[in-house]
Design a protein around this ligand. Structure first.
Ligand SMILES: [Zn+2]
Length: 208
């Protein structure tokens, strides 16, 4: 069983400070039915923060993203940020009655990975620390999976920058660009003339 942690190249609007203690994991929901990790980052920037305040973001499809660097102080639970890791789950579990199995399972893998790394640390819901509904009354009980996942980090060099993402996704979807089979696309690699000729040739073929 492998778990991929997708890394995004975020632009931070301010300095981040390292966290000295880590003895708590706080679980949150996005309070939005659907939201990309980039959207959460933008929303937190709009709050005047340095950027995404959670350390991890788990989407409904089971994909896991790294938000704020793990060793830095987050912005997710006022008064508890200096000693905790914040994990946010896509969705609004105050109104959505069931978390998709894929998402729950990814959350359990992530907890397994973090507990292995930090030892048995306190796991809490945001509402247990502060007056908030977060992560919602239908948020399921999520506990670390016993079987440890093998973690693969999807490095930024293998992800397109946000301004090129739409075009890169399209190029992969239509088959113009293919990876090396291990999920690496080398998006910042320079094209040679012959590679460009092949791209143009493939493009002509898909037009017909
Ligand atoms: Zn919360």
């Amino acid at each position: 069983m492998t778990m991929k942690i997708n890394e995004i190249k975020f632009e931070w609007a301010g300095g981040l400070s390292p966290r000295k203690t880590t003895n708590k994991i706080v679980l949150h929901h996005a309070a939005a039915l659907s939201a990309s990790v980039e959207a959460i980052h933008r929303a937190h920037l709009a709050n005047g923060w340095a950027g995404i305040g959670y350390h991890f973001y788990v989407r409904k499809d089971g994909s896991v993203y790294r938000g704020r660097p793990e060793e830095m102080i987050g912005a997710h639970s006022r008064g508890h940020n200096s000693n905790s890791i914040g994990i946010c789950f896509e969705g609004n579990y105050e109104t959505e009655e069931k978390m998709p199995e894929t998402q729950k399972s990814a959350g359990e893998n992530l907890l397994g990975y973090l507990e292995e790394k930090y030892g048995k640390i306190e796991l809490c819901l945001h509402r247990e620390l502060l007056a908030t509904a977060c992560p919602g009354k239908y948020f399921p009980v999520i506990t670390a999976k016993a079987e440890l996942p093998e973690v693969v980090e999807n490095k930024p060099s293998d992800l397109p920058d946000y301004w090129a993402k739409k075009a890169c996704d399209w190029a992969v979807t239509v088959g113009l660009i293919s990876g090396d089979g291990s999920g690496n696309y080398n998006w910042r690699h320079t094209l040679t003339k012959q590679e460009m000729a092949i791209l143009l040739y493939k493009f002509k073929e898909i037009q017909q």
